[in-house]
Design a protein around this ligand. Structure first.
Ligand code: SF4
Length: 125
């Protein structure tokens, strides 16, 4: 993936209490994504679909898309983040790359991110 196309990566951990993330080590996961994969940065947010999550997304989106979010189901993410993206003149169908990483081990989740990044642009192994 060319440098200028690198997306930001946000992992949403659903308050940190969701059983969907129990199989993985979230710190190993985000460290592998931010160090090994072609993303601009990688961070963990506790609950992106709350009001402060909307404010955070709007803040981050000032720097432009695309944004990759690893969290719940893509359909749910598009619904939950639609307003925050729209406020910045962006479209979740075009500017958000949502990935469901629940119920995966760390390796499975990292591999899923790799697959999605490959589908969404050139990717240097
Ligand atoms: S955006 Fe999805 S993963 Fe994040 S807190 Fe909301 S429901 Fe949970």
């Amino acid at each position: 993936m060319a440098d200028e196309q690198r997306p930001g990566f946000i992992m949403c951990v659903c308050t940190g209490k969701c059983p969907g993330f129990e199989k993985m080590d979230i710190w190993d996961f985000i460290n592998r994504v931010r160090i090994e994969l072609p993303v601009e940065y990688g961070i963990i947010h506790p609950q992106l679909c709350e009001e402060d999550g909307d404010r955070y997304l709007e803040h981050v989106l000032k720097n432009g898309p695309p944004i990759v979010v690893g969290g719940c189901a893509p359909r749910m993410q598009r619904k939950l983040f639609r307003d925050a993206f729209a406020k910045k003149g962006l479209d979740v169908e075009r500017d958000l790359i949502p990935i469901d990483i629940r119920d995966m081990t760390t390796d499975e989740a990292v591999n899923k991110v790799i697959d999605v990044l490959k589908e969404n642009g050139p990717y240097d192994e």
